[in-house]
Design a protein around this ligand. Structure first.
Ligand SMILES: NC(=O)C1=CN([C@@H]2O[C@H](COP(=O)(O)OP(=O)(O)OC[C@H]3O[C@@H](n4cnc5c(N)ncnc54)[C@H](O)[C@@H]3O)[C@@H](O)[C@H]2O)[C@@H](O)CC1
Ligand SMILES: Nc1ncnc2c1ncn2[C@@H]1O[C@H](COP(=O)(O)OP(=O)(O)O)[C@@H](O)[C@H]1O
Ligand SMILES: [Mg+2]
Length: 277
C-alpha cells in the first residue's frame, strides 16, 4: 500500500490563494447540521472552525430552543430550522453530525439528503445514525467524505483488530462507495481508494472532546469554497493539526483547548502563505 506523507509540500499544491477582489459569494455558503440541547458545544466548535477556514457564509441548523446560544457565541453565523432541508439551492456544501444524537428526528436529516447533489461531510452521530439504522449507501448520489474515529469506523464497517486492518478496509470502502474516508487518529489516514495519505501534523493536545467537531467545520468550509472532497479532506486535516502544533507555543498538550486551536487556524494559514510566496 503506497501512502503519501501529507506534509507542507503536498498541501502547497492543493491550496488555492484567495483572490484579492473576491466577495462573500465567491467563497461559498456552508450548511452545518450540528448540536442538540445537551451538545450545543459541538455546533459552536464546528461553526467557529468553519468560519475561521475561509467560508463566505455559514448557516447552522438545529433545534430552535438553542438559537440564542449560537447568536451569542458566533454572531457571524446564521440560523436555520429543519425546514432548511426543503430547499438547499442556496448552499454549496453540507456538514452533518457533530452532537446531533442518534434518534429518529436526526435520522430525517440523512433521509432528506438523498435527492441532494451538494458535497457532504458525515461525522460523529451522522456516522452513528448510518450504522444504527443501516442506511443504504446507494442513496448517496453526491460527493461525500466520511470522518470516523476508530470506534465510529468499526460501527460502520465491522470490528477491526488493528489500525492497519482499518486502513485496508478504508481503501476498499472508499473505492466501493466512491467517497473519501478520513480515518482519524494520531496519524490520520485519508483515502479515496486510489491515493492514500498519512498526516504529519497534530499532537496529543487534540485528544480531547470537540477536536473532531472542529475538523468537520474546517472540511465543510473547504468543500463550500469549491475544493474537491479529497482536497478539502487533505487541507482540513493538515491545517487542523498544524493549528494544534502552533498552539503548543503558548499551551501544553494538557492545557490546550480546541478553542485555542481554532484561534490559531489563522496562524496555520499564515504559515502556508509564507511558504507559497
Ligand atoms: N462539546 C460537545 O458538545 C461535544 C460533543 N461531542 C459529540 O458527542 C457525540 C459522541 O461522540 P464521541 O466520539 O465522544 O463518542 P463515541 O462513543 O462515538 O466514541 C468515543 C470513544 O471512541 C474511542 N476512540 C476515539 N478515538 C480513538 C482513537 N484514535 N483510537 C482508539 N479509540 C478511539 C474511545 O474509546 C472513546 O472513548 C458526537 O456527536 C460528538 O460530535 C464530542 O465531540 C465531545 C464534545
Ligand atoms: N494523539 C493525537 N495526535 C494527533 N491528533 C490527534 C490525537 N488525538 C486525537 N487527534 C485528532 O483529534 C480529532 C479527534 O476527533 P474525534 O475523536 O472525532 O473528537 P470529538 O468527537 O470529541 O470532537 C481527530 O482529528 C484526531 O486525528
Ligand atoms: Mg467526533
Amino acid at each position: 500500500m503506497e501512502v503519501i506523507k501529507l506534509d507542507l509540500n503536498c498541501i502547497k499544491n492543493t491550496y488555492k490563494k484567495r483572490p484579492c477582489d473576491s466577495h462573500k459569494g465567491t467563497h461559498g455558503h456552508a450548511l452545518l447540521i450540528a448540536g442538540s440541547s445537551d451538545k450545543m458545544g459541538a455546533a459552536i466548535i464546528a461553526a467557529k472552525a468553519c468560519l475561521r477556514s475561509g467560508v463566505g457564509l455559514l448557516t447552522v441548523a438545529f433545534s430552535p430552543e438553542n438559537k440564542s446560544v449560537l447568536f451569542h457565541s458566533i454572531p457571524e453565523a446564521m440560523y436555520a430550522n429543519s425546514c432548511v432541508m426543503n430547499d438547499l439551492s442556496s448552499f454549496n456544501a453540507i456538514g452533518i453530525g457533530p452532537g446531533i444524537g442518534v434518534d429518529e428526528i436526526s435520522l430525517q436529516y440523512i433521509y432528506e439528503l438523498y435527492e441532494n447533489k451538494l458535497p457532504v461531510i458525515f461525522d460523529a452521530d451522522a456516522l452513528n445514525l448510518i450504522a444504527k439504522y443501516k442506511v443504504d449507501w446507494k442513496n448517496f448520489n453526491f460527493p461525500f467524505v466520511l470522518t470516523p474515529h476508530p470506534k465510529e469506523f468499526d460501527r460502520l464497517f465491522g470490528e477491526h483488530d488493528s489500525e492497519s486492518d482499518r486502513r485496508i478496509t478504508a481503501i476498499q470502502k472508499s473505492k466501493e462507495l466512491n467517497c473519501v474516508i478520513v480515518l482519524k487518529g494520531h496519524k490520520t489516514f485519508i483515502t479515496n481508494g486510489i491515493q492514500n495519505f498519512e498526516n504529519t501534523t497534530g499532537n496529543s493536545g487534540l485528544a480531547k472532546g470537540g477536536s473532531g467537531d472542529a475538523l468537520t467545520g474546517m472540511i465543510t468550509s473547504f468543500l463550500a469554497q469549491g475544493y474537491t472532497t479529497l482536497e478539502a479532506a487533505k487541507l482540513g486535516v493538515y491545517l487542523h493539526g498544524l493549528a494544534a502544533d502552533i498552539t503548543l507555543q503558548r499551551q501544553s498538550e494538557e492545557s490546550m483547548l480546541i478553542t485555542d486551536v481554532i484561534e490559531n487556524i489563522g496562524l496555520a494559514f499564515k504559515h502556508l502563505h509564507s511558504e507559497i510566496q
